[in-house]
Design a protein around this ligand. Structure first.
Ligand SMILES: [Zn+2]
Length: 221
């Protein structure tokens, strides 16, 4: 099974993988959010609580099956690749790494960038192997609109991106759907966030010429 045939990112949600199945989300003033039926995989190693989403069966290549829902990232598959620094498209390869560090692709923000960007950037986009960096810049619409390829010496775990919840006067839980944002593991408010993606902070960032690297690796046109 040739890797070049895999073009649906591993982290993409597939049709039928339902979010929130059996979640039984609860809140406690001291503990924050928890599941009434919480299991060992519901929290990461730093204690953040994660959104639950179903998993479709895998194909022979180990990739999820079902129609891709490209705009939706699967929480546990994003967490797996970001935590282990595996390629977000194939998950089978570790991200490309050179003396300048791991390979990440970043969307160029609309409306310009701050001086020094992207040093210190918080990102939810897991890194890539070199062949799939090529695939991404060619086929991923947001990256085709504008991207920067970087190598990163230190990609430290920062926290999670997800939905904060509040408790109403009647005790019911409400998600703040318009307030999804990164929250650090150091921040006590993380107890009230339901994590959907793992966030790393990028330090020691070098902007690279991806085309030159691809050509040097025999992956140019
Ligand atoms: Zn890959």
């Amino acid at each position: 099974m040739g890797q070049q045939k895999i073009v649906v990112p591993y982290i993409t949600t597939r049709d039928g993988e339902e979010l929130g199945i059996g979640s039984m989300l609860r809140a406690d003033p001291a503990r924050g959010l928890y599941y009434a039926n919480e299991g060992p995989h519901d929290r990461d190693r730093r204690g953040a609580l994660w959104a639950r989403q179903g998993h479709n069966p895998r194909d022979n290549a180990g990739q999820p099956t079902g129609e891709p829902l490209y705009a939706k990232v699967h929480p546990s598959r994003q967490r797996e690749t970001m935590y282990e620094l595996r390629c977000q498209i194939c998950c089978q390869e570790l991200a490309s790494r050179t003396s300048l560090g791991y390979l990440f692709l970043l969307e160029r923000p609309d409306g310009g960038t701050e001086p020094g960007w992207p040093e210190g950037e918080l990102t939810t986009h897991p890194p890539l192997c070199l062949p799939h960096a090529k695939t991404s810049v060619e086929r991923c619409p947001p990256l085709r609109r504008g991207h920067v390829a970087v190598r990163v010496k230190l990609a430290r775990l920062y926290g999670v991106w997800g939905l904060p919840y509040t408790t109403g006067q009647d005790g019911t839980l409400h998600p703040a759907h318009d307030d999804e944002r990164p929250v650090g593991y150091h921040d006590p408010r993380i107890r009230w966030h339901l994590a959907a993606q793992l966030v790393r902070r990028l330090r020691g960032v070098t902007v690279i010429d991806l085309k030159a690297e691809l050509a040097a690796a025999g992956l140019g046109r």
